[in-house]
Design a protein around this ligand. Sequence first.
Ligand code: NAP
Length: 329
Amino acid sequence: MKVAVVGATGMVGEVMLKVLAERNFPVTELIPVASERSVGKKLNYKGEDYTVVGLETAVSMKPDIALFSAGGDTSLEWAPKFAEAGTTVVDNSSAWRMDPSKKLVVPEINASVLTKEDKIIANPNCSTIQLVMALNPLHKKYKMKRVVVSTYQSVSGTGVKAVRQLENEIAGVEGEMAYPYPIGRNALPHCDVFLDNGYTKEEMKLAREPQKIMDDKTFSVSATAVRIPTAGGHSESVNVEFENDFDLAEVRQLLSETPGVVVQDNTATNSYPMPIFAHDKDEVFVGRIRRDETQPNSLNMWIVADNLRKGAATNTVQIAEYLVEKELI
Ligand SMILES: NC(=O)c1ccc[n+]([C@@H]2O[C@H](COP(=O)([O-])OP(=O)(O)OC[C@H]3O[C@@H](n4cnc5c(N)ncnc54)[C@H](OP(=O)(O)O)[C@@H]3O)[C@@H](O)[C@H]2O)c1
């Protein structure tokens, strides 16, 4: 496979190269792509140096597959150009996710919707992926009515600039700000931009993407997204109301039998998911599983995953693996 990684110099792009190498994706030619600022830079992949090229050059090289993580504007402009050249694009930005003509895929849930005709495939938002990984098996069994989620999101979810802001603040150095306020010793109820309805764009991604991935509009999701000064992964406090009652032991069993999900839930040993455990892992960790005692058929839980891996790079590479395995590219 001739593989282009668009945004290869960024937070997600760097992990994308790592995940492609770790999972031995059949790369015969790697094309690292970034903005004009980075053209000519060298990036290492499996011990070899590769030179970063611009988008125009990358399209002309006609890759088989292009894994995009270079922001929505780049995707909107360039994904169609790659697709026209015969390349299958898997895109990490929000540009195509809610486009009815594009598939939004978490392979463990809905990879089977993919066909040869899908030339631009959307990777869901990082917070959405870890949420649906835990919700999907429970919805199948107990039928969800409503989900209320509050996120505690890592600065790595904003990109290189935000990680640098936190590092500068810790070191006491002045520098460029990714956020309107300091992030160290702070919590910002503000992920992505504010919309007319008072929610942020991140909150609306959480509210809308799960129904598309799970192909079911019968449940609703209400979200509050908060940025906190962690770097290892996103955490989520999740309250779910089901139509049917459940047994807590069965909930734990169902989750622990779900591929890609790990139950970490033993209060006697202080065992619960945290970003420092989830960091650099592909699994979605679920714990603090307990009944919401204030209303019937309702559950509380805590979900943590590395936003750069399952939330972005790993999910993208899994989609690419599925396309190869099913001979869809
Ligand atoms: N971070 C996450 O957890 C996460 C999770 C899921 C999805 N995403 C999405 O993935 C994308 C990248 O996120 P990130 O966190 O990796 O950001 P980042 O660290 O800021 O990296 C951005 C990357 O995009 C490249 N880029 C920027 N403008 C470009 C242009 N005009 N043409 C070509 N390349 C350009 C940058 O190249 P230069 O180095 O040359 O500037 C860099 O490689 C975003 O769309 C984001 O929403 C991020």
